[in-house]
Structure formats: structure tokens, C-alpha cells
Design a protein. Sequence first.
Length: 324
Amino acid sequence: MGGGVHRVAVLVREGVLPMELGIVHQLFGQARSADGAPLYEVVSCGVEPGAVRADADFAVAVRHGLEALEAADTVVVPASHLLDETRPGEGPVPAALAAAAGRGARVASVCTGAFVLAAAGLLEGRRATTHWLSCGRLAAMFPAVRVDAAVLFVDEGAVLTSAGEAAGIDLCLHMIRGDHGAAVAGDVARRTVVPPHREGGQAQFTALPVPPEGTSSTSAARAWALERLDRPVTLAQLAARASMSVRTFTRRFRQETGVSPQVWLTAQRVQAARRLLEETDLPVERIAERAGFGTAASLRAHLHAAIGVSPSSYRATFRGPGGA
């Protein structure tokens, strides 16, 4: 990908979900540099230019054909309930996506757009997600894909997938955050009036049995933990805050967030460390203490496991030459 404004191509197919199409334009379109310059150019394209019927009582006027993918730095594929789970490999789209990925474009899907990425061979051997109602079908149709039904999105580097429609917001903010840092993504989130980062995964939205009367949530315990990330937080303490046994709390926590308490707590500490690396001049040792990792070595290990870079490399990327 070259320098300058990052070009995002949104692939519009028959039956496109209008919300998903709008999410990509809205979020990437609002990302601005410190001096107010747009950071992305977003264009819509179809198999060919013209009117494309949406999953609503209107059509979308698309000005570009598949040639727009040839100049794109990122390609986003919103869902089409008409095609995704029945004919995802139909037509020229899978080959065009494979060609875009082959020359280095980042390719992402929203909701059941993952079926099209799979049909293009882009999810082979990779972890991926889609709407929780469609995860079983994706796994059955493409057994080489490692389907994860519990998460809001999956980042496999050059290929990313997200769960149901609103998870497209999480995915777009994640890509913006990765491209330009938390400050830019946070500004976009504030303008859109959405949280910059949502806890847990789509397991919290799946159809679960109604909890027995009197069962409480783990949200208060999570809020308590977030206020004391710089101190030790044990599973027993969390369970006590929720007035549950450790066993009940662990089961309920996983139902509500999609992950175990320890995995969630580590992710929150990594997120806190990333914010401090981006927004402060604190030394790495002090950031490790404030994020709850204790030592710089522990912070380095956890940050590398989460995003594949060291604290100094992360800070250099997102604070630039004027940073610490």
C-alpha cells in the first residue's frame, strides 16, 4: 500500500444490508488527522456500476465496478442475505477478492460477508467469525475455516471478519485504531456516539436460557476490577463482589462476556497499557505498574502475545517522532 490517504472499497452486492454499508462509510469517513484532514477515502463498488437492490425497499446507486478493488488498500464486504449462505462463490466477486488480497489489500467482512471471503479461499486455515446464527453453517460449508462463534470480530492480520451487523462498528473502529491509534478511533467513536471498545464477545447476545430468578450479573464485578487494574485482582474477589461462588461466577462470567475472567482481565490490562503508551510519556516500567502487569518484562510478554509488538515499537508507531 502506498502513502497518502488510505482507500477503502466497500463491495455492494444484491441484497446488501444498508446498515452495514452505512457503517463503513460513516466510521472511516469521519477519521481525521490532527490537522483535520481525512485519513480515508471510501468508495462503493459493485460487480458493475449501476443500481443494486438492497435488503430494503430501495436500491443503492453504485458508481464503480470491481476495478475499484484494484486500487483499494482495504476492501470491506458487507452481508447479503440473498447470497451469502446459499451462493457465496457465485460470479466474479470471489476471484476479485482473492486478487485484491494477493496484491496486499486488507480484506474484511461484516456479518455473513465472511461466507464470501471463505469462498474466495481467504479464510483457509484461519480463525474467523460471522453472526452467531450462521457460525454452524459457515463451519459446515467451509471445514478448513476455524470458526469462533464467541467473539465480536477476528483479526488475522490481512483478513478480518466480524459478527452481526453492529459488530461491524467494532471491527471498523479496530481497524482505525490499528491504522492511526486510539485517539483517532476514540474521536470517531465519540462523533458516532458509540463505545470505542465493547467488552466481551457475541456470546453475550446469543439466545441463552433465562437465568433463574435472583441470578445477578457480573457487570458490577467487572466495573470494580476496571477501577483497580494496578492492583492484584483474584477470582475469589470478583466472585465475592458479585455475591456468587467462584464456580457460579466463572460460569456466569463466560456466559456474559464469552471469555474467562482471567482472559478478560488480561485483555483490559493490555488495553490500559496501550492507552498509556499512546497518550502519556510514562516510562514502560511505570506503565506496567499502572496497567497491573507489575514489571516491564511482564508487560512486554503480554503485549507481544496480544498484538505482536513490543511496548517501544507500539509507542513509536502511535506517538510518532514527537512521542516518548
